[in-house]
Design a protein around this ligand. Structure first.
Ligand code: NDP
Length: 324
């Protein structure tokens, strides 16, 4: 190009001066960029190469989500996005991981706030173009000593754990790339809770053809019944957190069924159980460390291409468990 200019030498020097590295690139630099992962690429400034993909982890400033980010930073070949509702808490978590030699990125995300979910979607779309791994870890649980009424606990628990997670999925799933992996962090209590429901309600949740609308209807029926204290009479368990996680587990089964007919190939969704983990949620009574708790959520997030099992399953200790 410079040779076409009236003063090729000056044009070349001008071009050099526009480059951060002080000289323009050569064919070799482009070739070396192709070998970027295997060799030095001296003309790569970091702005012209797109990163290979994005892994998003919700509710990751502490507890199991933090340990999931830590593990993904070591195992995932691409940027890992640590998200959470408090910028301050998330930035502190990122700084802690940086001290350990890792480089997670941060983006704000409150799964109860659709505007916040939309902002994350726009950021990811613009920055990465798609998602390879999504770990839906964010969740809440009332303490036994909580003074809120059962109806309020049901509304809030299901609102965040079920509806918030579903909203994140509905908003981010269009960005999932072929071979993407989704790890929905449910709980062993979802299994205990479904067994406490009436036979009729169990059959509705366990119906292999249940649709997402029917599931949303059942969850709403539970929340409404909880307001008047008639949830048990209607066949639901007397456990708001447990019912919210029943919703997360069944939601994952439905999502896989829906994605099986999606034109994007090989997308795998699983519900998983981290076990009983020593975190703020359990008032540090859990028997597993956060690293142990992160093991199964990360295992399902990193399932290799072409995985047929687990796929649309409930996974605990890296093993498919018959659910319900
Ligand atoms: P923690 O209470 O330690 O951490 C929960 C995380 O979720 C926090 O980062 C919290 O953020 C975040 N969060 C809560 N609400 C929202 C929201 N609206 N938007 C975004 N982030 C939110 O819990 P654990 O690490 O123990 O739990 C992680 C997941 O594992 C949960 O889904 C939980 O239900 C599940 N689980 C945990 C078990 C255990 O034994 N610990 C057992 C089985 C399942 P913030 O700091 O802002 O509150």
């Amino acid at each position: 190009m410079c040779s076409l200019e009236p003063d090729p030498k000056k044009a070349l020097k001008d071009c050099d001066n526009t480059q951060i590295l002080g000289n323009i690139g050569e064919g070799r630099d482009v070739a070396m960029a192709c070998l970027y992962l295997a060799a030095d690429a001296p003309f790569v400034t970091g702005t012209n190469l797109n990163v290979s993909g994005g892994a998003e982890v919700t509710g990751a400033n502490k507890g199991i989500g933090y340990a999931v980010v830590q593990a993904l930073c070591k195992q995932f070949d691409g940027d890992v996005l640590l998200t959470g509702r408090s910028e301050e808490r998330c930035k502190a978590a990122v700084a802690e991981l940086q001290k350990q030699g890792m480089s997670p990125k941060y983006h704000q995300l409150d799964i109860d706030d659709q505007a916040s979910i939309n902002k994350l979607r726009d950021f990811v779309k613009e920055q990465y173009g798609g998602i390879d791994v999504l770990v839906n870890n964010a969740g809440i649980a009332f303490k036994q000593s909580a003074t809120e009424s059962f109806g309020e606990q049901a509304r809030v628990s299901c609102g965040t754990n079920f509806t918030g997670t579903l909203n994140v999925c509905n908003t981010l799933f269009p960005l999932l790339r072929p071979h993407a992996r989704v790890s929905n962090v449910s709980s062993f209590v979802s299994q205990m809770t479904i067994s406490k429901c009436s036979k009729e309600i169990q059959e509705k949740f366990k119906n292999p053809s249940i649709t997402m609308d029917q599931l949303k209807g059942l969850m709403q029926q539970f929340i409404d019944a909880a307001q008047t204290g008639s949830h048990q009479k209607q066949g639901f368990a007397d456990w708001s957190y447990g019912m919210s996680k029943v919703g997360v587990t069944v939601m994952s089964f439905i999502q896989q069924r829906e994605l099986n007919s999606d034109p994007r190939e090989d997308i795998v969704v699983n519900a998983c159980d981290p076990g009983y983990v020593d975190t703020d949620m359990t008032s540090h009574k859990g028997t597993k460390t956060v690293e142990q708790g992160a093991d199964t959520p990360v295992y399902v997030a990193m399932l290799p291409p072409g995985t047929t099992s687990p796929k649309g399953d409930f996974v605990s200790d890296r093993t498919i468990k018959k659910w319900g």
